[in-house]
Design a protein around this ligand. Structure first.
Ligand code: PMP
Length: 307
């Protein structure tokens, strides 16, 4: 992966090589940082790069920061503006990924959250697919459990908590799967290593509630809204048992990186026919039109970079 050319660092856009922290950096040592992930989609017809729902992403980013007792003057709007300037500087004419990071910047020994220097850094880079088999992924139930709200809150995108995701993902990939699903301590399905999940049973789309140790995904919210308004589906938030997944009709994962990834096998069992189903296929099509700014109804989610 090529490195970015620029970074937003300590309040200004600098060459990427100048955006550095020391080895004693608090966030590096203790995981005391929060991050985001935002996609920008290049629409070749209108020669425009559209950030997808950056205000919603930055609202969640600042909420995550709040969980770590961070205080910033920045607003979702001001961070979106910085991001636009950064993308303009990079001059991308391709799909891109934006990675904001808020971190405890002190170089000290001592575990705590308060009375530390909080900084924000943002970088962006070209980005295409995250899950390579995004029309026919084979996933497994991880032997790991999801971090609990009273351990490290999953609703905050907290860097240290992603060691949990890394355990889950590495074991799945090394066992030959494309991704993994993870259970809560009570045995209910929470999410993927970096994706929310949806199952279709008897025509109803079901996803775990925000109280089941999930990250409150922006793509999850998008998929729910599009499923209701464009596909006319009933969408229900409720707990999901592991074995419901084995017998459901369709299953997909959502995430900024994963977009809408169709899961066609779970633990060697075919989902439905074992092929991507009609609802997932239709939703992926609607989603693609929306993120590339081709559906005027949802244009408020597309923030143009080059104006
Ligand atoms: N769950 C986890 C653990 C994630 O890391 C992500 C990716 N940000 C998601 C769900 C999906 O969230 P979003 O749609 O906002 O990218």
């Amino acid at each position: 992966m090529a490195l970015p050319n620029y970074a937003y660092f300590k309040g200004s856009i600098v060459p990427y090589g100048e955006a550095k922290v020391g080895v004693l950096n608090h966030a590096l040592n203790y995981g005391t940082a929060v991050f985001g992930g935002i996609r920008a989609y290049w629409n070749g017809d209108s020669e425009q790069l559209y950030l997808f729902r950056p205000i919603d992403h930055y609202k969640r980013f600042l909420s995550s920061a709040k969980l770590l007792c961070m205080e910033f003057d920045n607003t979702p709007e001001s961070l979106t503006k910085v991001t636009i300037n950064l993308l303009k500087e990079e001059g991308f004419r391709c799909n891109a990924y934006v990675r904001p990071l808020a971190y405890k910047a002190d170089e000290i020994i001592g575990v705590k959250l308060h009375d530390l220097q909080d900084e924000i850094a943002i970088v962006s880079l070209p980005f295409e697919r995250y899950v390579s088999n995004d029309t026919n992924a084979h996933v497994t139930f991880s032997s790991w459990r999801r971090v609990d709200d009273n351990v490290i809150p999953a609703r905050g995108k907290i860097s240290g908590a992603y060691v949990n995701s890394a355990f889950i993902k590495t074991d799945a990939l090394r066992s030959g799967f494309d991704e993994a699903l993870v259970l809560n301590e009570d045995g209910h399905v929470s999410e993927g290593s970096a994706e929310n999940i949806f199952m279709l049973r008897d025509g109803v789309l079901i996803t775990p509630p925000v109280t089941d140790n999930i990250l409150e995904g922006i793509t999850r919210r998008t998929a729910m809204e599009l499923a209701r308004s464009e596909l006319g589906l009933t969408v229900v938030e409720r707990q999901i048992d592991r074995t419901e997944v084995y017998i459901c009709d369709e299953f997909f994962m959502t995430g900024t990186a994963a977009q809408i990834t169709a899961v066609t096998r779970v633990d060697h069992r075919p989902i439905g026919s074992g092929q991507m189903g009609p609802v997932t296929t239709q939703l992926r099509g609607v989603f693609e039109d929306v993120v590339y700014g081709r559906n005027s109804e949802y244009r408020h989610w597309n923030v143009p970079v080059y104006v």
